[in-house]
Write a new protein. Structure first.
Length: 344
């Protein structure tokens, strides 16, 4: 056949392949077609999500390299009208006696971050005072840790009109994940009654919904078998517990044999005040805290406390947020508590 008549042959494309595009025009859908997987699988694989097997991740990364694909997060988010970020708003104000490094909120944050990053979302940590910043304004949803006094933090965040999940006590009109604080308070009352303690003190600011639930469960479970004097320190610190108990001890004629504190730090401060007043714990006064922080077990004497499953709570908060953003039905849910008996 003459040379100018020869037909130039080209290799047939492999099945499920597309012609190589330049980096700017290649899409995640193209990679999905080449790899024979879904687009979401490609997205997860390029973020090293454990939801995709290592074999599949390697395959997708190899194809992406061969095609010159580079993940453009901003373009993807603009196209999908989503930022793939969730803002976690911590309601508490950090103070010297109650740092952000405490188990609350650190364990909650650990569970939240683990679950959201696995699903391909970034986490923006902020406070209520910084709600007007760009990263928070662009978030796809909000997780609030703490309801604030009289629930004011919840109402403030609801104005953003974004999917919202709250850590705290049950609240009308909000999706809430929290501990069963009412049952936690009841377990403390049951222990005091078993010990024959009847003249009791509750130490905590009942303007906060979680603390109010602890106090209500405590009083209800007593069933009129004892008296309860409520003291309302505004802070949840060692110093507040010490100062509140010192002031109470200065009041002549006010005898008590049991103290239920709404946090471990309050309980520890109360114990210091009791011992400085020559009262023995637990012989003269039994003291029970709440949260079961690592410091509770090492305190002298080791503190009896109500344990909250904070890390599990963080995971559950994130799961409910993901469901909300996907338009799935979501309901509030309370986690159990456990009284950890030690020496106080």
């Amino acid at each position: 056949m003459p040379a100018n008549k020869a037909a130039k042959k080209t290799a047939a494309p492999a099945p499920n392949s597309v012609p190589r595009k330049n980096e700017a025009s290649l899409t995640m859908e193209d990679l999905a077609s080449l790899a024979g997987v879904s687009t979401i699988t490609v997205s997860r694989a390029l973020r090293d999500s454990p939801l995709v097997t290592e074999k599949t991740r390697e395959k997708i990364r190899r194809i992406a390299d061969e095609q010159g694909y580079r993940l453009n997060i901003s373009a993807r988010n603009l196209r999908m009208r989503r930022s793939y970020s969730v803002a976690v708003v911590v309601e508490m104000t950090p103070v010297k006696g109650r740092p952000m490094s405490d188990p609350y909120p650190l364990e909650l944050l650990g569970g939240i971050t683990q679950e959201l990053t696995t699903a391909g979302y970034s986490v923006v940590l902020t406070s209520k005072q910084l709600m007007d910043t760009a990263p928070v304004q662009g978030a796809d949803g909000l997780i609030l840790l703490g309801q604030g006094s009289h629930g004011e933090a919840v109402r403030f965040l609801q104005k953003a009109n974004l999917p919202l999940v709250v850590w705290g006590a049950p609240e009308s009109g909000a999706i809430v994940v929290g501990s069963d604080n009412r049952r936690g308070g009841a377990s403390v009352a049951e222990r005091f009654l078993a010990q024959g303690r009847r003249k009791l003190v509750f130490l905590g600011d009942v303007d906060h919904a979680e603390v109010q639930e602890r106090c209500a469960g405590f009083i209800d479970a007593l069933g009129g078998q004892g008296t309860v004097h409520i003291i309302r320190p505004k802070a949840f610190t060692f110093e507040s517990g010490f100062d509140s108990m010192t002031a109470l001890l200065k009041k002549k004629g006010h005898a008590f044999d049991g103290v239920f504190a709404a946090s471990d730090l309050l309980a520890m401060g109360a114990i210091r005040a009791l011992t400085e007043d020559q009262l023995r714990v637990p012989d003269d006064v039994s003291v029970i805290g709440y949260d079961d922080t690592p410091g509770a077990a090492s305190f002298v004497p080791p503190l009896t406390s109500v344990h909250q499953y904070l890390r599990d709570g963080g995971v559950l908060l994130a799961k409910k947020m993901l469901a909300l953003m996907n338009g799935e039905p979501v309901e509030s849910e309370m986690l159990p508590t456990t009284l950890i008996a030690r020496q106080t």
